[in-house]
Write a protein that binds this ligand. Sequence first.
Ligand SMILES: [Zn+2]
Length: 297
Amino acid sequence: MKAALVGTDGTLLHEARRATDRERGAEAVIESILAFAADLRAHGEEHLGESAVAAGVAVPGIVDSAKGIAVYAANLGWRDVPLRTLLSERLGAIPVALGHDVRTGGLAEGRIGAGRGTDRFLFVPLGTGIAGAIGIAGAIEAGAHGNAGEIGHIVVRPDGPGCSCGQRGCLETLASAAAVTRAWAAASGDPGADAADCAKAVESGDPAAIEVWRNAVDALAAGLVTALTLLDPGTLIIGGGLAEAGETLFTPLRAAVEERVTFQKLPHIVPAALGDTAGCLGAGLLAWDLLSTEVSA
Ligand SMILES: [Zn+2]
């Protein structure tokens, strides 16, 4: 878990990290979130001279932000947790916002990170899977059922590998950091080799690595072109582990996207700027938004 005290303009005032404790079960995870938030609030009172006036929390899985309920997260083992109410109770009845981790990270990248100043953007983190956040006019579009932006499950190779979602050839089976790790471990014959090793081998001109990398970049470009055809974003922000390869990824990716577009306008394709603090900065922005909404309402 990453947590922060965040100023009105998104300034990071204090940052802390703690283990999620997921081996001890959903109840323990929930309690560790509540205790972490309470400790952070106490830190503000003690060191910054005032208490947090609102809180934001971002969690993985399926999230109902309107109701403040963490609906489901396979890796945390919880179902229908009224996290907003629980947190507000623990924090002295201050307003609490509940968000989805990728959408909340995307909100921060769009407002104060790599997409700062753009009205419409798409944030795509390439990690264990591939997710997405659609930014429109300072907010993130969640969709009618909370599933908008799931670009990782766009099918780019109908005969491709099976995906955890039940489909075949989804983008994340071909171009996530985990997919590149799998492909490079197989191609290099080193079961311990990962996507970062593949990027290094590409940089040193290894033909097998270049082949693995090109397959991933081609799949990624195909998925991104589908997304930008639908959304027409001004900026495409690429984050997650695979983006750490820098220009080894971005140079061929920009070329592969450009090659595929016809009438579509090319967005700026840029690396994410906030790294793994995007989620907690975004949660801070959600909390501040809550206050400005209350004031204007
Ligand atoms: Zn899928």
